[in-house]
Design a protein around this ligand. Structure first.
Ligand code: DGY
Length: 323
């Protein structure tokens, strides 16, 4: 019987994914879900003599880590669509194949974008807090007032797969969709959404703003003080993309002053850390990076990552090759 390929799996994955892994690979699993730092990643790659690594967004594959990987490591499959935790230039230089998991988490993440837009716009966090703290007195004509989502103008920054799925959902709320992309979508994908070639052009229209761009250097602190100033007063901002896309030092004062009426945030710079000033604000709806957190979606991500590894080990081109 042919030997199973050697794999290093950096996180504990859903049971169905682990079962497929155990069946098809000679893998080092992380049954206790231990946290691996840079030195562990290098050491375990060496000790396992693995040819492939299955990782998550939580492990940082910097140029330094990649340069220290043994030469027998040939493929790095990430259980995520985003790959800003991998220095892809360094990987390419080393001849390391990198794959990701697009498509399978589009719907789940777009759902959480809507949850953030609705949660922030309707102050879900304050309503829930009142119940949990036993502080609900009586129904009040002026209690817990948010803003309507229905019929408002929504700007989407990053109109890729997830941005388009947000637009599809927002149409159900009769929102007028604006989007900012370098290239305009074809009519069958745009579906009446209004294209803006620059953020500066789009932001003044955004009563609601949904951030759905990739992370990384190109979008670092995209939402800064200058761009926030372009938003209509009281705009609602939702981010399910990457925390790095928002400059917290600009958004927090804007939330304090009411320039930004509310924010729904699922992602943060330096996760699992985040700027604790958000906790003092009652106009933010906060989630701990749960965009893709459904069992169906996490299975889909695992199977997609394994499809990529299977292709590599079968001598084929992986479907989701990044470099
Ligand atoms: C991804 O896949 O990039 C997500 O952030 C994980 O949910």
């Amino acid at each position: 019987m042919a030997q199973k390929p050697k794999l290093f799996v950096t996180r504990k994955l859903p049971p169905d994914v682990e079962a497929r892994l155990r069946h098809d690979y000679d893998a080092l699993h992380n049954d206790n879900d231990a946290v691996y730092g840079p030195d562990d990643l290098v050491r375990l790659s060496m000790e396992t003599k693995c040819e492939g690594i299955l990782t998550c967004g939580t492990e940082k594959w910097t140029a330094d880590v990649i340069s220290r990987l043994p030469d027998h490591v040939k493929v790095l499959a990430t259980f995520s669509v985003g790959y800003d935790h991998i220095d892809v230039d360094a990987a390419e230089k080393k001849g390391l194949i990198v794959t990701n998991t697009p498509d399978v988490l589009t719907a789940a993440t777009a759902d959480i974008s809507m949850l953030c837009l609705l949660g922030a716009g309707r102050q879900a966090q304050n309503s829930e807090k009142v119940l949990r703290e036993g502080a609900w007195g009586r129904w009040e004509p002026m209690g817990m007032l948010g803003v309507d989502v229905t019929g408002k103008k929504l700007g989407i920054y990053g109109m890729g797969r997830i941005g388009q799925a947000v637009a599809q959902r927002a149409r159900g709320f009769e929102m007028e969709i604006h989007y900012c992309n370098r290239t305009r979508l074809p009519a069958d994908k745009e579906l009446g959404a209004i294209h803006h070639p620059t953020p500066e052009d789009m932001l003044p229209h955004c009563q609601f703003l949904s951030i759905n761009s990739p992370g990384g250097a190109d979008t670092l602190h995209f939402l800064n003080a200058e761009r926030i100033a372009l938003l209509p007063d009281g705009a609602v901002v939702a981010n399910t993309a990457r925390g790095t896309v928002i400059d917290d030092n600009a958004l927090i004062p804007a939330l304090q002053s009411g320039k930004v009426g509310a924010a729904g945030l699922d992602v943060f710079e330096n996760e699992p850390g985040f700027d604790k000033r958000y906790l003092d604000l009652d106009n933010v709806f906060l989630l701990p990076h749960v965009g893709s957190a459904t069992i169906e979606t996490r299975n889909g991500m695992g199977f997609r990552a394994l499809d990529n590894l299977d292709a590599y080990f079968a001598g084929k081109e992986p479907g989701d090759r990044v470099v």
